[in-house]
Write a protein that binds this ligand. Structure first.
Ligand code: GAR
Length: 180
C-alpha cells in the first residue's frame, strides 16, 4: 500500500481529481490532506506556519508512513528539514514551463498574467520533484499548450487546468510505481 499526503492552498481541483483517480486503486491511499487555507469542504489537517516549520510535523508525516507528498497548489516554501526527510518523495505541479516563470511570486494567476504579457507562443505544466529552492527540482513531466493571439490570463488558466487534470494523477502513479 502506497500512502499519499496531499498539501493544498487553493481551490483543491487537483486534489479532487487525484482523489477520484485513485478512488478504485487498492494500492494507493490518501492518508491526509494538509491545508493552510479554509476554502475546502473536506476534512483537513489545518496547519499554521509554526507547526509547518516544526520537527513535530515531519515526525507526524513519518509516523503516518507517507510514501509521497503531493503539492497540489500548495504555496508555502517547504522547510529544509521536511525536504531532507523525504528525498525524492515530494512532487509539485507548477502551471508553466519551468525554468521559465518559476520562483518566488510566480504562482496561480500571476504566472498566466506574466506569460500572456510576454506574448509567449507556448505555456504548459511542469511536474517536478521538490528540493530546498522554489520550482527547481528535477523535472518529471512537462506538457505544452499553444497560446492564441487573443489569449487572456483566464483563458490560458482554463487550458492549463485541463492539462493538470489530465496529467497530474498519472504522473503521481508513475512516481509511485518507480519507488521499488
Ligand atoms: C494549480 O494551477 C497549480 O498548478 C498552481 O496552483 C493551482 C492550484 O489549483 N500551483 C502553483 O502555482 C505552485 N507554484 P487547485 O487548488 O484548484 O488545484
Amino acid at each position: 500500500m502506497k500512502k499519499l499526503s496531499i498539501f493544498v492552498s487553493g481551490n483543491g481541483t487537483n486534489l479532487q481529481r487525484i482523489a477520484e483517480y485513485f478512488s478504485n486503486n487498492k494500492d494507493v491511499e490518501i492518508v491526509n490532506v494538509v491545508c493552510n487555507t479554509k476554502n475546502l469542504n473536506i476534512p483537513l489537517r489545518m496547519i499554521t506556519k509554526q507547526d509547518f516549520n516544526s520537527e513535530a510535523f515531519v515526525k507526524e508525516l513519518q509516523d503516518l508512513g507517507i510514501d509521497l507528498i503531493v503539492l497540489a497548489g500548495f504555496l508555502w516554501k517547504l522547510p529544509e528539514n521536511l525536504v531532507k526527510a523525504f528525498p525524492k518523495k515530494i512532487v509539485n505541479i507548477h502551471p508553466a514551463l519551468l525554468p521559465k516563470y518559476g520562483g518566488k511570486g510566480f504562482y496561480g494567476e500571476h504566472v498566466h498574467e506574466a506569460v500572456v504579457a510576454a506574448k509567449e507562443a507556448q505555456s504548459g505544466i511542469t511536474i517536478h520533484y521538490v528540493n530546498e529552492l522554489y520550482d527547481s527540482g528535477e523535472i518529471i513531466l512537462q506538457a505544452h499548450v499553444s497560446l492564441d493571439e487573443n489569449e487572456t490570463p483566464d483563458s490560458l488558466a482554463a487550458k492549463i487546468h485541463q492539462l493538470e487534470q489530465a496529467y497530474f494523477p498519472v504522473a503521481i502513479e508513475q512516481v509511485l510505481l518507480s519507488q521499488n
